[in-house]
Design a protein around this ligand. Sequence first.
Ligand code: ATP
Ligand code: MG
Length: 363
Amino acid sequence: MFEVALRLLEKLENHGFRAYVVGGFVRDYLMEVESNDIDICTNAKPKDIRSIFKGSCLPSEDYGSITVILKHIRFEITTFRRESSYIDYRRPEHIEFIDDLEEDLKRRDFLMNTLCIDRTGNIIDIFHGKEDIDGHLIRTVGDSYQKFSEDALRILRAVRFATTLQFHLSDEVYEAILRAKTFLKKISYQRKREELDKIFTSVHVKNGVSLLLKLGLDEELELPRLKYVSNFDDLIGIWVQLDVQEIYPFTNNEKELITKINEALLVDNLNPRVLYTYGLYVNSIAGNMKGISKREITSRYNRLPIKCRMDIVFDGEEISSLLGRKPGPYLKDIFKDLETQILSLKLKNEKDDLMTYLKKMYL
Ligand code: ATP
Ligand code: MG
């Protein structure tokens, strides 16, 4: 990744621009953790970036930032900018493209996110961000209260980084979050969910949730059940416990899953019919929330004689021809009956046994 990034910087510089890797990638590089994308800042304007990386740009609606894919790596290229006064506690009213790296770094959130790498691979550390990385400290670039009131999402970013990197918030950041936290109400639920998901999927999720509670962010985030969450094994499982489907956005698949888990919570997750109906994943989450081990559920699930209708040795056509009837909706009831018989081990899932049973019951 590093090599590809340097080549990309070189390409921009060969066109007469200055360009640096900035932010998360440099932080992760110094900490020797893996990054999934690379942020670049440059004095090249979006139209210049587009013409230099013609074929590799993704269409983007966010002006000033262009996504380029090279060697399967995602680069976010952003023109140096100054941001005017903020509106909505999230967005600057006006963005001005500028020529100066230092000025661009000033608008960023945390000192640890201001480090840059230049074309030759040198680290540029104008604001001493490395000190914070070494000290595992989160401090803002400039006044913390101002940073958080300009863009309240930064509050959640601070908690997210504190969680995933196991860094501490400086006293100033901590106090400023307490003062600015009400502005979180102005941030879209989608953005809040993205940050919360990163906290909830961190290996240090329990510390993250404790920090959210300690800062009293549960109230601002409208998560009254956060203090009762007791199982942290699964992201959707956590959202089920939070019970906020009405206000936070979920995809249709997620909504369906949440409904199923809620249903599975009300029944016996070791019962074969329940295991069969809801499947391993849903039962594991629901069971886990009730203190049944994943191992126990998996071993019961693996012992099921059938795991889905397709596993039954006869298909619909075979059954109807055996019964001398045209296929029709009646097959649904027969399958349901066969499932019950097989799952309760009263009937073996073998052709001879099924044939005898079908003839006896349905001919
Ligand atoms: P990660 O990619 O691991 O989520 P990151 O720090 O790279 O972490 P990005 O969202 O990719 O986060 O942003 C890239 C850089 O842009 C950050 O490192 C930071 O310098 C700056 N940045 C991002 N979001 C904000 C914000 N809300 N306010 C100020 N600066 C920001
Ligand atoms: Mg990044």
